[in-house]
Design a protein around this ligand. Structure first.
Ligand SMILES: Nc1ncnc2c1ncn2[C@@H]1O[C@H](COP(=O)(O)OP(=O)(O)OP(=O)(O)O)[C@@H](O)[C@H]1O
Ligand SMILES: [Mg+2]
Length: 155
């Protein structure tokens, strides 16, 4: 599924709509946020974390690698792999300990093997003054999610 996002508010709105179709239990879900520098990955992540019930700042995990949240019964891990040079470094991050949470991963390109266990890929790209978002299902439950998102994505 592909949708044009003319401004940052549209990126926020897509994240809010995605939240609206998420299942109550998101344990073990992985959402990949891809796109070049400034494509809007953090904008999307912030809007999603706020939609999930967070009240306050959403610091960038660029240096901490992982920022955890406990929000209305959900554990969310906001991950940024920009500074990871080698996939093996995921071990230091304690990646396997994040299994029970909802993993929201910026720069997943740094660890290509993550895609095998992911549910959704959101690919953001520059399009005139705005962005395009491509939402790709990577698992059966991802397919289900996209089918529920598609009808409301550009309303
Ligand atoms: N759909 C959009 N149209 C225009 N500008 C947007 C859109 N979405 C986000 N932006 C703007 O793009 C800028 C960069 O966004 P953001 O920091 O989220 O990108 P990023 O992909 O996380 O970048 P980085 O790779 O550097 O972490 C911000 O100023 C944000 O407001
Ligand atoms: Mg970012």
């Amino acid at each position: 599924m592909r949708v044009h996002l003319p401004d940052a508010a549209a990126t926020d709105a897509l994240a809010t709509r995605l939240h609206a179709v998420l299942p109550a239990d998101t344990a073990g879900w992985t959402l990949l946020l891809e796109g070049e520098l400034g494509a809007g990955k953090s904008t999307f992540a912030r809007a999603l974390i706020l939609a999930m019930g967070h009240d306050g700042p959403v610091p960038s995990p660029t240096y901490t690698l992982v920022e955890p949240y406990q929000l209305s019964g959900r554990t969310i891990y906001h991950v940024d792999l920009y500074r990871i040079a080698d996939e093996d470094e995921l071990r230091y991050l304690g990646w396997s300990e994040l299994e029970k949470g909802f993993r929201l991963v910026e720069w997943p390109e740094r660890a290509p093997s993550l895609a095998h266990a992911a549910d959704l890929r959101i690919l953001l790209s520059y399009s005139n003054a705005g962005r395009d978002a491509e939402v790709i299902a990577l698992s059966p439950r991802g397919v289900d999610l996209v089918s529920r998102l598609e009808p409301i994505a550009s309303t």
